[in-house]
Design a protein around this ligand. Structure first.
Ligand code: SAH
Length: 214
């Protein structure tokens, strides 16, 4: 099977599994996942599973990328914050649907490689940063949407504070080796709404220790 054939098979599988937003499916169809995957395993690019990308990290399963993207309910006016650039695949999918993406990765090597891919794909609306994403990006807040692609042990309060009025944050929450769930938080006039959506397995969100700068 060629990559193109396996991509069509994947899109049909996502549809069957309940991804109904045609803009999301279109974005998945237009982003070449093979570019985000190490050479020896490129043939598995359109398998519906997570794959290793180096630095002990993984590129998320296409279903989970599609599911989280659909849950964000994006439009082309959205300013998005993403935590956990990883390979940059999810970022590239977001970039097909939103106005601007600010993405943070703690591993410099992964961030550099992702940045090269964004340049190769002409994705100029993506801004990258190396650092601890659990602190968010205060200089650019508020955001219309926030997506966290690593599992947080508890509700990431600092990120919620950077979510604008009417904004949506999608984040996996749960212990490192227990059950995690994707949550969707919506900031409404009356406060924060919390929906628990889907059980998942993500690598942990690693928060840097607070250090004195003295
Ligand atoms: N969305 C990625 C998959 C990310 S895996 C993709 O499509 O390829 C989760 C990523 O979060 C890893 O690359 C990991 O290094 C990063 N990460 C974990 N904790 C982080 C933190 N506190 N700040 C920024 N990035 C973090």
């Amino acid at each position: 099977m060629t990559l193109e054939e396996s991509k069509i098979r994947l899109i049909m599988e996502l549809r069957r599994e309940g991804i109904s937003d045609s803009a999301v499916l279109g974005a998945i169809e237009r982003v070449p996942r093979e570019i985000f995957i190490p050479s020896p395993i490129k043939t598995f690019a359109y398998d519906n599973r997570a794959l290793p990308i180096g630095a002990g990290q993984t590129i998320s399963q296409p279903y989970v990328v599609a599911y989280m993207t659909q849950a964000l309910n994006l439009n082309d006016r959205c300013k998005v914050l993403e935590i956990g650039t990883g390979s940059g695949y999810q970022t590239a999918v977001l970039a097909r649907l939103a106005r601007r993406i600010y993405t943070i990765e703690r591993h410099p090597s992964l961030s550099d490689e992702a940045k090269e891919r964004f340049e190769a794909l002409d994705l100029h609306k993506v801004v990258t940063r190396v650092g601890d994403g659990s602190k968010g990006w205060p200089e650019q807040a508020p955001f219309d949407r926030i997506l966290v692609t690593a599992a947080s042990e508890s509700v990431p309060g600092t990120l919620l504070e950077q979510l604008g009025e009417g904004g949506i944050m999608v984040v996996p929450i749960g212990p490192q080796d227990g059950t995690q769930h994707i949550h969707r938080f919506t900031r409404t006039e009356d406060g924060i709404e919390d929906e628990c959506l889907l059980p998942v397995r993500f690598v942990p969100l690693v928060e840097s220790e607070v250090r004195d700068s003295a």
